[in-house]
Design a protein around this ligand. Structure first.
Ligand SMILES: [Zn+2]
Length: 259
């Protein structure tokens, strides 16, 4: 099984879905992370901000990816904090979607206000564009035909779309066995956690244990999971899809008409 997780900033995955990714790695999945921004503005330190920080954060993300067992980290190098929804953004994410042909695709929530906090503008733009590629640019040849010229056929073998979310999302994934790795991965982002590492680790442990407790797990991350749509694998049923099966040959994947 192939998994692609698209996030805005170098540490978003660690907060939102790293326990789940590590669990899937343990189950044999091939996981790719795509980080859209360069992380260059994630500091109050005016000496550090810019390319120095960006370079540091790439190294931190690679260390975190190694902790989680993520196979590859793809960077789109958009400027941190300046991302707007654009066709270019949609195309760039679609390119990665077509290259990595995920069976499970994890994206950020584009909702402007989530519970009692304002969602980061980069999260909103990237979350929306990530969702949209499943219905258009990632799955349909007429959207950005220049991608065809790059040798990238539409990918129509997606089976599940997972939207990262706070604790009240309908699907809770048991991360009891991988909570430690999730925290260890987050702590790789030294430029972000700094001297607060211990406090943040404690908070994370409590927070995700609390989410798990509500559903009877030692710890959990929650998501909204969508299992059907025009660009999805056409034979999707509980019975006939073996998520551990070898990767689907994209050329052989059934095509569902959008009408
Ligand atoms: Zn972020």
């Amino acid at each position: 099984m192939r998994v692609l997780a698209v996030s805005a900033h170098p540490d978003d995955v660690e907060f939102g879905c790293a326990g789940t990714l590590a669990k899937w790695v343990d189950e044999g999945a091939e996981v790719t992370m795509c980080i859209v921004t360069d992380g260059s503005t994630g500091t109050q330190d005016q000496e550090l901000m810019g390319t120095n920080l960006s370079k540091l954060r790439m190294e931190e993300s690679q260390r975190a990816a190694d902790v989680l067992g993520v196979k590859e980290v793809v960077w789109l190098d958009y400027q941190d904090g300046y991302v707007e929804y654009s066709l270019e953004l949609r195309k760039d994410i679609a390119r990665v979607f077509r290259q990595y042909r995920p069976h499970r695709y994890i994206v950020m929530d584009p909702t402007p206000v989530i519970d009692d906090f304002v969602n980061h503008p980069d999260h909103r733009a990237i979350g929306q564009a990530s969702l949209d590629v499943t219905l258009s640019a990632g799955t349909t040849p007429g959207h950005f035909p220049e991608l065809l010229a790059e040798g990238l056929e539409p990918w129509r073998g997606l089976r599940e779309l997972w939207i990262m979310g706070p604790g009240d999302r309908p699907h809770a994934e048991d991360i009891t066995t991988t909570l430690d790795r999730k925290i260890e991965a987050l702590l790789c982002h030294q430029s972000q956690v700094g001297e607060d590492a211990e406090r943040i680790a404690t908070w994370m442990r409590q927070r995700f244990a609390e989410v798990g407790k509500a559903v009877g797990y030692g710890a959990a991350e929650t998501f909204q999971v969508i299992g059907q749509g025009p660009g999805f694998h056409a034979d999707e049923t509980e019975e006939d899809v073996d998520m551990a099966a070898p990767p689907v040959d994209p050329a052989a994947a059934p095509v569902r008409r959008q009408d």
